[in-house]
Write a protein that binds this ligand. Sequence first.
Ligand code: NCN
Ligand code: DMD
Length: 624
Amino acid sequence: MSSDPRPPRPATPAGFDPSRAAERAADPTGWRFPEAERASVYRVIAGRRDIRRFRPDPVPEDALERILAAAHQAPSVGLMQPWRLIVVRELETKLALRRLAQRERLRQAGKFPDRTSHFLDQKIEGIVEAPLGICVCCDHGEPGAEVLGRGTIPETDVYSAACAIENLWLAARAEGLGIGWVSFYRPDDLRSLLEIPARVDPMAWLCVGWPDERPVRPGLEAAGWSSRMPLADVVMEERWQESAPPSAQAAPAIAQAAPDRAAAIAARDRSDQLAKPTGSLGALETLIERWASITGAPPPSRPRAGVLVAAADHGHVVHGTSLFDAAVSAQVAGAAARGQSAVGVLARRDGHELLIADVGLVAPTPEGVRAAKLASGTADMTAAPALTEAQLDAALALGAALAGELADQGVDCLALGEIGIGNTATTAALAGALLGAGAAVTVGRGTGLDAAGLERKRAVVDAALARAAAVGVAPVEAAPADSAPADSAPADAARASDAARRLDPRTALLEVGGLELAVLAGATAEAARRRLPVILDGYAVATAALAAVGLDPAVAESLIASHRSAEPGHALVLAELGLEPLLDLRLRLGEASGALLALPVIASAGALHREMGTFAEASIDGPR
Ligand SMILES: O=C(O)c1ccc[n+]([C@@H]2O[C@H](COP(=O)([O-])O)[C@@H](O)[C@H]2O)c1
Ligand SMILES: Cc1cc2nc[nH]c2cc1C
């Protein structure tokens, strides 16, 4: 005897909803989970963290399966399920991505001067440490294909894929697994690394593994970068309220030989136990970990270096590219051998093994200098390839032999340096060819050119690059001109448009050369092969190392940047290598002087790491 005038509602499709209308009316809350289960969900949400440090222990396949399945249960508009999940286990891939991320991290640090140290403190080691990487992609599908609910908001596929990421993240947290979302990379770089087609966007790289930290607060909050806004600041009633709450305005947008991960983790574990606030030794802690990952142990308290200084001359000096004459290269090499130049003084004082080699001086080999002349200087790079194929091969082999000779003397690391009048122009051309950049950003004053000299030098470098570009254009890593992010600095845009002129490292070395640079590239590769840390000096050495990394990417893992030289191109090269220099003293001397100046800092890091007491040993209370 119902008096309800409304027509009965259509029955729900069979199998879709087993509940009955009367049940729902009697208990509208009847769909909820028991209280303890609800509490778990909220605990997992509140306890989700961006994990940066991982144990090497493997992730069980069944747990991986569960978190992937959780991702795949995400909501998606029109059930389009646009997420694609690439599980990456190979170390080489992770190393390559870390290099890309490191590069971006350094670039972005420069864009937020007041927050540079926060950027540099952002750990990206997790990419390599975590046993798994999951690249979450969004497949945009065929352009124009009809998808229910997507007509007016084309981005709904991205929104849906983001839901999959959050599902995976929460499931991982419940499993006790850590997830670190890395976004310091350019999508195109990751696309080419993982062979992702153009219609698909790599949205996130997730590091997945057992966490080696269990943070109670978000890392960026703990680091004082920002804090979570009060709920009331982000919730509005009925209408948009334009006067953004102060906390919202303040919140910044945050935007070869395998490394020995066990040793790096052991070093970090010890760093964390030492009587100091976690991370308070800053870049020294990164250095200690890197040294351990190269050699298997933290730096010694008094590392003894094998110092290789390669000396040679350059054909282009006839165009006035240096303040000095070519004859000066041999004079400086001779002075170094007599202990009268900077490297001679520092090597003698600290007891390092010094080997100065004439690998291409125009003048006769001075006394005390190793006679290993490959040629009498290079050809003029504006007119012809600076090196012949045979010279390049001989130079790479000579560098390897000299590095091997020093390594055989039981040194702890290799410090590299050079002497060569005109070699900052050669370096600028080599950096330009490797980076796809012009003289405007790679040329500096070298030994001290004036404004007119600088113009002359730029013209020589650009002429050499133009000649070399006609010879060989590298097919890889040539980012299209429009791929630079909208907010990037003009120099970045210039980089992107110059990318088409990148040369492969061998062609670059042949065309613009530098006998000492090729020797240093060979030495770098050999030291890396022998797991000796390579302490880079200034602009020329870093650029030679960049060529070595181009020839064999694994070499990058063995490099340590001692300082940032006054030559402007040096910073570009270091960023490309993903290296943060230990010192910035505006040095521009060469000869391995910067490398030897950094060694006492490395020694101090080693001594602190080995000799400091732990909190327990020093009877100091740990953090609250
Ligand atoms: O290490 C550096 O970054 C650096 C910067 C400027 C000059 N140098 C040294 O100066 C010489 C090259 O300068 P230049 O002007 O002759 O091209 C060469 O012998 C280098 O060792 C070195
Ligand atoms: C004096 C002198 C010392 C150097 N050391 C390395 N390059 C050098 C160039 C000059 C000119």
